[in-house]
Design a protein around this ligand. Sequence first.
Ligand SMILES: CC(C)(COP(=O)(O)OP(=O)(O)OC[C@H]1O[C@@H](n2cnc3c(N)ncnc32)[C@H](O)[C@@H]1OP(=O)(O)O)[C@@H](O)C(=O)NCCC(=O)NCCS
Length: 166
Amino acid sequence: MNGVTIRQAEASDRAGIRRVEERAFGQVFEADLVEQLVADGDTVLELVAERDGSIVGHVLFSRLGIEAGDARFEAVALAPLAVDPDFHSQGIGSALVETAHARLKADGERLSVVLGDPAYYGRFGYAHAQAAGFESDYQGEALQALAWGEAPTTGLLVYARAFLAL
Ligand SMILES: CC(C)(COP(=O)(O)OP(=O)(O)OC[C@H]1O[C@@H](n2cnc3c(N)ncnc32)[C@H](O)[C@@H]1OP(=O)(O)O)[C@@H](O)C(=O)NCCC(=O)NCCS
């Protein structure tokens, strides 16, 4: 993490974010997803990790609805998280997620959901048990949630429109 700054993404970061997403995932899908989420106005929080003026990491949280009958709870979805392969295992991914969580909590968010490897996301407090009751096409061990206070444990997960292309 030496010399790495975590900060809010700015409009001028788009090319750097695209590059880090493509390099981390080895494909354009996640970079396209990020641009569509931003274009649709579905971003809740987007942070970058910057080193020597270059973007080396990126995380995005989008709005996620949890619907039960006429009621809708506003949660957030963590996706994607990307760190440039040249900078893996330096704590950058963790710093992005932990900084984002602190800001989301301070902003009054109460629930974050992620679809990912429990071996990685478990370290931040995400657990499948917290998400096992949700109705979702993605239901399974990889679907995990982290609650900061009172939050639903059942209901239909309604992801931002950009995820429908998945
Ligand atoms: C996952 C990712 C963001 C982690 O970034 P990072 O900056 O290397 O993360 P950190 O330095 O905070 O943590 C690294 C640790 O996580 C571990 N780790 C990385 N991916 C993991 C996974 N899928 N499952 C379990 N552990 C994982 C590393 O082995 C490393 O372990 P160590 O601390 O014992 O060395 C990065 O590897 C990446 O961009 N991967 C490709 C894209 C991706 O899979 N994104 C997540 C899914 S949306």
